[in-house]
Design a protein around this ligand. Structure first.
Ligand code: DC
Length: 224
């Protein structure tokens, strides 16, 4: 029987991580874990409870009984926060910014990394995020680091927002992404970095099919 791998995919926002991870997971019959969604759930929880992110004791209290469950489904996983399905709410722009802010805080990262390791340690998992190859699973079987130029990434996000019936402004979407890249890359704990042994893939000029095929080829070469 084939060994169940731990596959790490890191990279900045809209670099193609989740789109390729979802397809690959279904091809390989692996579980897909979107760790960004977990930070987003923390952000939403803090917002609902009106917690000031500088108030470490309130945050620690919140984290002590937070319940983040992933309901796995072939047509898209659902994120359940303390019993409530928040899958759509966590994708909104206010939560994008707040999740990047809350992800700089040590106690939050400790809790999330712990959860992520428990979810992935058995293998048969594709996990995407910012620190999967560097911190969560430094011994992952294979690591990818996806990149794409800013204009392409901003356009991808803009298309996503439009598809949701919103009326996004491309320049604003780009500014928000520049801010988030900077915040995610410059934080003191587990900043966005390419692990030294990660395979870097520029998805800027690749179709989604080509992107998935390229990642799949690397994974296949490992299984032979
Ligand atoms: O992948 P995403 O855009 O949904 O992630 C939202 C935020 O969560 C991102 O701006 C930074 C944070 N994040 C993180 O710090 N570490 C991860 N492994 C995943 C996400």
């Amino acid at each position: 029987m084939e060994r169940k791998l731990i596959i790490a995919i890191d990279g900045p926002a809209s670099s193609g991580k989740s789109s390729s991870a979802k397809i690959l997971a279904s091809r390989l019959h692996y579980v897909y874990i979107d760790t960004g969604a977990m930070y987003r759930a923390c952000a939403l929880c803090s917002l609902k409870r009106n917690i000031d992110l500088n108030d470490l004791s309130a945050l620690t209290f919140m984290l002590a009984d937070i319940r983040i469950d992933i309901r796995y489904a072939p047509d898209g996983n659902r994120l359940i926060l303390n019993g409530e399905d928040v899958s759509e709410r966590i994708r909104e722009e206010d939560i994008s910014r707040l999740s990047s802010q809350i992800a700089t805080i040590g106690v939050v990262r400790e809790k999330m990394v712990d959860l992520q390791r428990k979810l992935g340690e058995q293998g048969g998992v594709i996990m995407d995020g910012r620190d999967i190859g560097t911190v969560v699973f430094p011994h992952a079987d294979i690591k990818f680091f996806l990149v794409a130029d800013m204009k392409t990434r901003a356009k991808r996000r803009w298309i996503e927002l439009e598809a949701k019936g919103l009326d996004p402004d491309l320049a604003e979407v780009e500014q928000e992404m520049i801010w988030r890249d900077k915040n995610d890359s410059n934080r003191a704990i587990a900043p966005l970095r390419r692990a030294h042994d990660a395979i870097e893939i520029d998805t800027g000029d690749l179709s989604l099919d080509d992107q998935v095929e390229l990642l799949h080829e690397h994974i296949r070469s490992l299984q032979q």
